[in-house]
Design a protein around this ligand. Structure first.
Ligand code: NAP
Length: 487
């Protein structure tokens, strides 16, 4: 791997890893360029895995599998705990790396590192509490004993928007369960994954237990791994479109799938909401990672009585944000990940404006270097505009006015997605009643942030299958085995 000179000034050289990580060995290479989204300049070049590399990674994960599965839970737990500690010790370097390759503001990057490390701490604790079950059959014929066994080799595919947390949210439970893994990070943000693998090595993760591959051929590599009968799990986080393709591919060898896919979160503000609290929550739900989050509020439904005050308050807050490279400490809104991402946001906003929406701030891409789109608020947006159906994945807040609770629920559910939703109201009974009728995997009530390693993260409808985090997250990497026992 080669690094742009600028990089060495920002990150601890100890975290500079050297390309593919297979069977505990580093293999340098080139072929995948990593760009600084703040400038479009080259940041680094990393190895491009071929199909044979993926096969070697499966061999390495297989060679390590029996030993890792037999490693006492306490020992697996302690390795994860050390990995958590090392991430915490290196938090600033990791945050800088994330800010560099992903572009997010340093404050967001620091938040991500803390959140990401917590998955290792949480699953270090859960590793020692893997549940089992004992029951009597109703007929009295025999006893039912249920054990949970590691599912086998897991392929983990992660997106660029949380390069650390999306990886630890999978590696933590997989290792705690006793599985070995192959991680394929997004090609825009591989440096964080390699840096974390370096820390894992230092924490004592045995060779082959965690393998990391970057590739320009994600489809070919993944299909080859899924076709290998030793691979028994696919855990994917990314877009619904790619998720559908992978589910079809996994079906060929009936591989167990966990899917964390796209979102289109409604953010509902009732007349009785506390205005300042709703605005604080809106800024977090919309602007964490400059809007590049699957849980990002994508549609603001605001009741008629509070609508104008909410739009005015949101506009003032969005206007005041400082835009710049993520690694500048003053920055509050960094660049988008690619020029294509800016083009998509521009298309959605332009279509909404053409359909009658009005921008109270922002509304068109910035023209300087880098992939910047300014914080934008749109009002008077038609409820059937494309911006209400597609993930914006950027710093744009479209606001829609509604009158009744039933109307808010109908609008909120009018989407193929069902990952996250937010409700602001001082009437908890009303919020819970409405919340029960919203089709979503997660619901924030008077809160703009719901992610927590101890909570089950995931969606319904086309936002995914399964849950990550929480006490059930580990079971995604385990198979129940039933022993019918007659003693
Ligand atoms: P993406 O295009 O689906 O890519 C995600 C990952 O899949 C990347 O590592 C990508 O590799 C890989 N990939 C692409 N095509 C593939 C194929 N045919 N076979 C195997 N792997 C393939 O998504 P993204 O644009 O990176 O991420 C944004 C999306 O992720 C949004 O929809 C967002 O909502 C979703 N997301 C969901 C959650 C959640 O928890 N539900 C969390 C974060 C993000 P390359 O980088 O090499 O293309």
């Amino acid at each position: 791997m080669t690094f742009h000179a600028k990089f060495s000034g920002y990150a601890d050289p100890a975290l500079h890893a050297a390309g593919l990580y297979i069977g505990g060995k580093w293999q340098s290479g080139s072929g995948i360029t990593v760009l600084d989204p703040s400038t479009g300049n080259l940041l680094a070049e990393v190895a491009d895995a071929a199909i044979e590399d993926a096969q070697r990674a499966v061999d390495a994960a297989d060679a390590a599998a029996a030993g890792w599965r037999a490693t006492p839970a306490r020992q697996r737990s302690e390795i994860l705990r050390r990995w958590y500690q090392l991430m915490t010790q290196h938090a600033e370097e990791l945050a800088t790396l994330i800010a560099l390759e992903n572009g997010k503001a340093l404050a967001d990057a620091r938040g991500e590192v803390a959140y990401a490390a917590e998955f290792f701490r949480w699953y270090a604790e859960e590793a020692t509490r893997i549940p089992g079950e004992f029951r009597h059959t109703p007929s009295g014929s025999h006893n039912i004993l249920v054990d949970h066994e590691p599912i086998g080799i897991a392929v983990l595919i992660t997106p660029w928007n949380f390069p650390a947390a999306m990886a630890t949210r999978k590696i933590g439970p997989a290792l705690a369960a006793g599985c070995t893994v192959i991680l394929k990070p997004a090609s825009e943000t591989p440096l964080t994954a390699y840096a974390m693998a370096r820390l894992g090595e230092e924490a004592g993760v045995p060779p082959g237990v965690v393998n990391v591959l970057t590739t320009s051929n994600p489809g070919g590599i993944t299909n080859a791994m899924l076709a290998d009968p030793r691979v028994r799990k696919l855990s994917f986080t990314g877009s619904t479109g790619v998720g559908r393709v992978l589910l079809a591919e996994a079906a060929k060898s009936v591989v167990s799938c966990s899917m964390e896919l796209g979102g289109n979160a409604p953010f509902i503000v009732f007349d009785d909401a506390h205005l300042e609290a709703a605005l604080d929550g809106a800024m977090i739900a919309k602007m964490r990672n400059a809007g590049e989050a699957c849980t990002a509020a994508n549609r603001f439904y605001v009741q008629a009585g509070i609508h104008d005050a909410f739009v005015a308050g949101l506009t003032a807050r969005m206007k005041s944000l400082k835009i710049g490279p993520g690694y500048d400490s003053e920055t509050q809104c960094g660049p988008m990940i690619t020029q294509n991402a800016v083009r998509k946001i521009d298309r959605l906003v332009s279509e909404a404006l053409a359909a009658g929406a009005r921008a109270t701030t922002g509304g068109k891409p910035l023209t300087e270097n880098g992939y910047f789109y300014p914080p934008t608020v749109l009002e008077n947006v038609p409820v059937n505009a494309s911006i209400a159906r597609e993930e914006i994945f950027g710093p744009v807040a479209p606001v829609y006015k509604f009158e009744s609770d039933d109307e808010a629920i109908r609008l909120a559910n009018n989407t193929e997605y069902g990952l996250a939703a937010y409700i602001y109201s001082r009437d908890l009974k009303r919020a819970m009643k409405v919340g029960k009728r919203i089709e979503t995997g997660m619901l924030g009530i008077n809160r703009g942030l719901m992610s927590d390693p101890a909570a089950p993260f995931g969606g319904v409808k086309q936002s995914g299958l399964g849950r990550e985090g929480g006490v059930t997250g580990i079971l995604e990497f385990m198979e129940p085995k039933y022993f019918a026992v007659d003693y």
